[in-house]
Design a protein around this ligand. Structure first.
Ligand SMILES: *Cc1c(COP(=O)(O)O)cnc(C)c1O
Length: 370
């Protein structure tokens, strides 16, 4: 069976580097925080250009810590995309805030600035934008909108560490930006992990306090914080992977191009045969994507899913419903229909994808069954 993400192929490719990095940490006696974690934070800063990088326990923790640092209060409204993983909306809700769900662009699936503008009220405090499937939304417009309305901006780059917009690295667009090192992410570890990025010295200091029990000095707790730390084994693994990230991003682009060419040809043929189209996520001009997911819109999803099953090609649906339809948000008022988010949830299919995926093999299987 073809794996949806071939994490073991990656482990095999750099195995001796992983073994050495892992052994060094085990032999060091320093397992949480410490020099390896500090070295990783410095390298993440160099890579992105962010002034401050603070690692933490997960991508979800990173969003929670960002919201705490920005001093979200009960009843504050925060605008989040309706079509994404639940974490941004969930973190707002957990802290007593009210997520307001914005619609997406129908082709790129990124949060729509026009929709954000419609949701702004006197209770709105901020925006959490998500770099969905590995590319950035239009940050020029989003930042302008945030500035005009005196809102903070959190950039959730859990899926897009290494992406760029107009030559600038992801994780540098928000007042605070966050990422995740969950194993399946483009820069993933072997357990949970995350990081926050900011240019602001005061926010950076607050973030460090919050992530470490509100404590800068041992056993002095200035605020009530939380325990959210990266362990050294994860940091050591991430340092190995970061070293190979640019090569992997090239391999990922190459794999995406192969899929794109296949679907373009197939759609041309489908035109003649009146068949249903399968259209890949559009990458906006000025963007590079990490392709955290390679996701297409299938006009006739049911038939496409049957073809995938027959060809023994695994798939995922990211995401099967807009967030405003989730049971946990049923008591929230939702005035706008968010038609693009709803339509995307009915048509999206994600295909097997990583740097090591054999896309030619998948295409060959699909050709014999389509
Ligand atoms: C994965 C993900 C998160 C959460 O990251 P964890 O490390 O799993 O907590 C948050 N936001 C988005 C968009 C994600 O894809």
């Amino acid at each position: 069976m073809i794996p949806f993400i071939d994490i073991l192929a990656q482990r095999k490719a750099y195995k001796s580097e992983f073994l050495k990095a892992e052994q060094d940490v085990l032999d060091s006696g320093c397992y949480i925080g410490g020099p390896v974690v500090q070295a990783l934070e410095a390298e993440l800063g160099q890579y992105t250009g962010a002034k401050h990088v603070i690692t933490c326990g997960s991508g979800t923790d990173a969003i929670t810590i960002a919201l705490l640092a920005l001093e979200i209060k009960p009843g504050d409204e925060v605008i989040v995309p309706d079509f994404t993983f639940i974490a941004p909306a969930e973190c707002v809700m957990r802290l007593g805030g009210i997520p307001k769900f914005a619609d997406i662009d129908a082709e790129t699936f990124q949060i729509s600035v026009e929709s954000i503008e419609k949701l702004i009220s006197e209770k709105t405090r901020g925006i959490i934008a998500v770099n969905l499937f590995g590319q950035c939304p239009d940050y020029k417009k989003i930042k302008e909108c945030a500035r005009k309305n005196n809102l903070w901006l959190v950039e959730d780059s859990a899926q897009a560490f290494g992406a760029t917009q107009d030559g600038r690295q992801a994780c540098t667009f928000g007042d605070i930006s966050t990422t995740s090192f969950y194993p399946a992410k483009p820069l993933g570890s072997y357990g949970d992990g995350g990081a926050l990025f900011t240019q602001d010295d005061d926010l950076a200091q607050k973030i460090r306090l919050i992530a470490n029990h509100g404590s800068g000095k041992r056993y002095v707790h200035e605020i009530c914080g939380m325990n959210s730390r990266l362990d050294a084994i994860q940091a050591a693994i991430l340092r190995v992977k970061l070293h190979h990230l640019d090569d992997e991003l090239k391999m990922r682009s190459n794999n995406a191009r192969k899929y794109n060419e296949f679907f373009a040809e197939r759609n041309n043929a489908a035109d003649g045969a009146n068949g249903a189209k399968i259209v890949p996520q559009k990458i906006a001009s000025g963007n590079t994507s990490t392709y955290a997911q390679y996701t297409v819109l299938a006009e006739d999803r049911e038939t496409f899913l049957k073809q995938l099953a027959n060809a023994e090609v695994p798939f995922c649906i990211h995401y099967p419903a807009p967030l405003h339809k989730q049971p946990c948000f049923k008591d929230l008022v939702q005035d706008n229909a968010n038609t693009s988010a709803t339509e995307a949830s009915q048509k999206v299919v994600s295909l097997p994808f990583c740097a090591f995926t054999d896309v030619e093999e998948i295409i060959a299987r699909l050709m014999s069954g389509m």
